[in-house]
Design a protein around this ligand. Structure first.
Ligand SMILES: NC(=O)c1ccc[n+]([C@@H]2O[C@H](COP(=O)([O-])OP(=O)(O)OC[C@H]3O[C@@H](n4cnc5c(N)ncnc54)[C@H](OP(=O)(O)O)[C@@H]3O)[C@@H](O)[C@H]2O)c1
Length: 302
């Protein structure tokens, strides 16, 4: 497994980590992922998977890089510190390697939250501070608010068919040496990627390289400077396949084909607002309806 430096910290991260949102396969599979080189795991207090991650870490703590997230409703200083203690306890560890703010919370001043972040770093409970779903402007504010400690990463959605961050966030992070942790790097559902690939470019590259579609998708992200990925797999087949996306690189010709022939979108602010308001059963209904549409229409909406 190839590694990338976490920001400018000197710490090397495997370029593929194990996501755990909606993960239900138990600790053994995570351990298989660690053994396959993905000794980097991403969780969050809201995922409900800390106990599984904690079990997987038993006896291996020193070898695995552990990232977790504080939920936005815990961004007040006292709640933040309690949340960190809760995560440490559930994970059964003494230090969190990377603590991320799960998403911005405009209701609570970032100075208060980052003050609490600094205090948990100073107390030795957290090694590095990161954020998630932050825009450039929000990232700049977070960096300023954290002051003496760096913000080392921003965890954001990035995949072949959602290239929103390429507009300004990715170039900003690359210029500032901030690691981008790409979530949903498989676009969550491979059928979405197929819908966006009417010319069958992925299948053609898969035939030429002998790599699977999932490996090509992950490797496309990994070809970008400063980007690591955290796909999630619930089966041994998926996890081992994911881990096989490292140790090689797509050729310039293949990258050019993927960049120009596969349809992709860049979300706008209105998309984020719609997502925020469309939750629960309404969101499930909308997803089901969209799934039944013909691919050409579906592509425009997802
Ligand atoms: N910070 C945030 O706001 C945020 C938001 C979303 C996600 N995340 C993080 O990012 C992680 C990954 O994102 P994600 O779960 O949204 O989506 P993803 O990793 O893009 O896709 C996961 C889906 O891909 C399937 N899959 C995995 N390996 C595969 C393979 N080799 N071939 C075919 N299909 C494969 C999985 O199936 P099975 O499950 O059946 O194996 C699952 O349905 C999450 O687990 C979480 O840690 C963070």
């Amino acid at each position: 497994m190839l590694t990338k430096e976490l920001a400018r910290t000197g710490v090397l991260l495997p370029e593929i980590g194990l996501g755990t949102w909606d993960y239900h396969a138990g600790p053994d599979l995570l351990r298989k992922g660690f053994e396959a080189g993905a000794w980097f795991v991403d969780t969050a207090e809201s995922y409900g998977t800390d106990h599984i991650v904690g079990e997987a870490l038993r006896g291996l703590r020193d070898r695995v890089f552990v990232a977790t997230k504080v939920s936005p409703h815990n961004f007040r200083a006292a709640d933040f510190r309690k949340s960190v203690d809760g995560s440490l306890q559930r994970l059964g560890i003494e230090t969190i390697d990377l603590l991320q703010l799960h998403q911005p919370n405009p209701e609570i001043p970032i100075e208060e939250t980052m003050g609490a972040m600094a205090s948990v770093i100073d107390a030795g409970k957290v090694r590095f501070a990161g954020v998630s779903n932050f825009s450039v402007a929000q990232l700049q504010q977070a960096r300023k608010a954290l002051g003496k400690h760096p913000v080392v990463s921003n965890q954001v959605r990035y995949n072949l068919i959602d290239r929103t961050i390429e507009k300004d966030l990715l170039p900003y992070c690359q210029a500032e040496g901030i690691t981008v942790i790409a979530y949903s790097p498989l676009a969550r559902y491979l059928h979405r990627v197929r819908d966006a690939d009417p010319r069958g470019v992925l299948d053609a590259i898969s035939r030429e390289t002998g790599k699977t579609i999932a490996q090509i998708l992950l490797n496309w992200c990994l070809c970008k400077e400063g980007v690591v990925v955290i796909p999630k797999g619930n089966s041994e087949e998926h996890v081992l396949d994911m881990c096989g996306a490292s140790d090689w690189r797509l050729s310039a010709e293949h990258l050019a084909l993927l960049d120009t022939k596969v349809h992709y979108r860049r979300r706008r602010r209105v998309d984020a607002l719609a997502r925020r308001w469309l939750r629960g059963p309404l969101a499930t209904m909308a997803r089901e309806t969209i799934r039944r549409l013909p691919p050409s229409l579906r592509r425009r909406l997802t």
